[in-house]
Design a protein around this ligand. Structure first.
Ligand SMILES: NC(=O)c1ccc[n+]([C@@H]2O[C@H](COP(=O)([O-])OP(=O)(O)OC[C@H]3O[C@@H](n4cnc5c(N)ncnc54)[C@H](OP(=O)(O)O)[C@@H]3O)[C@@H](O)[C@H]2O)c1
Length: 216
């Protein structure tokens, strides 16, 4: 498939590289067409990898991964363009973390709203599915880095889009358990978990851990 990865940070890198390994054509999007990190990623990933602006990548992609900084996400998606997002699955991995007052971070949206919901409201014709924001980027595409059973979540309004994303998580990225939390309002729950995740990382001492729900 032709896939857009919006974001030149560690998440965009991990997702983009995994998609290239799966033989997809991937365009990494950035605010600028010649972003240096994106150029380095293209160099490392061969002929199926390309780079462009957020708009170029979104136009190119049949599916879009949002791996942009949470505070910059609205601007990045405005640059991507409503017309280019129309009718497409938008997999949202962003978190609403605010580091402006140092550590630990707070959230700039929470409780009664979320970034996932804000994106869905801003782009009603995109099919937003929130997922993967609850884990470190290396685990997103390689869940076996954490031993045993552990879980990932999906939130979104469009059942077919969630089914497709669940298929991607299982058959492309190797997840065994994908928990459907419901409509896009459930994005607030996984976005708020990240505050606990940050504290846990301090306790565990590294980012290679995850949640597992056990049931009676
Ligand atoms: N790190 C993890 O393991 C992890 C895990 C779960 C979720 N997340 C979430 O995943 C997202 C990506 O994280 P990351 O660490 O890979 O990268 P990041 O440094 O948070 O974000 C980098 C991307 O955001 C874009 N960006 C930053 N400010 C912007 C603005 N004002 N307007 C438009 N675009 C802007 C940058 O554009 P340019 O390319 O133009 O510089 C770049 O492509 C974040 O929302 C993060 O909270 C991260």
């Amino acid at each position: 498939m032709k896939i857009a990865v919006l974001g030149t940070g560690v998440v965009g890198n991990a997702i983009g590289t995994k998609l290239i390994q799966l033989n997809h054509q991937v365009m990494m999007g950035s605010r600028t067409a010649n972003n240096e990190k994106a150029s380095a990623w293209v160099k490392q990933n061969g002929g199926n990898a390309s780079q462009g602006t957020f708009a170029d990548a979104t136009k190119f992609g049949e599916i879009i991964f949002n791996c942009t900084n949470g505070a910059g996400t609205p601007a990045a998606l405005n640059q991507a363009g409503a017309e280019n997002l129309k009718g497409k699955i938008l997999i949202d991995i962003s978190n609403a973390l605010d580091f402006s007052k140092g550590m630990p971070p707070t959230l700039f949206v929470c409780n009664t709203d979320s970034l996932g919901e804000q994106i869905q409201r801003a782009f009603p014709e995109a099919k937003v599915v929130k997922t993967l924001n609850t884990i470190n980027c290396n685990i997103m595409v390689n869940p076996s880095l954490v031993p045993g059973d552990h879980d990932v979540f999906v939130s979104g309004n469009d059942a077919d889009a969630k089914a497709k994303v669940t298929d991607i998580l299982k058959n492309w990225f190797g997840w065994k358990t994908v928990i459907d939390l419901g409509d896009i309002t459930s994005a607030r729950t996984v976005e708020m978990w990240v505050i606990l995740w940050v504290r846990l990382m301090g306790v565990v001492g590294h980012p290679n851990f995850n949640l597992h729900i056990t049931k009676a």
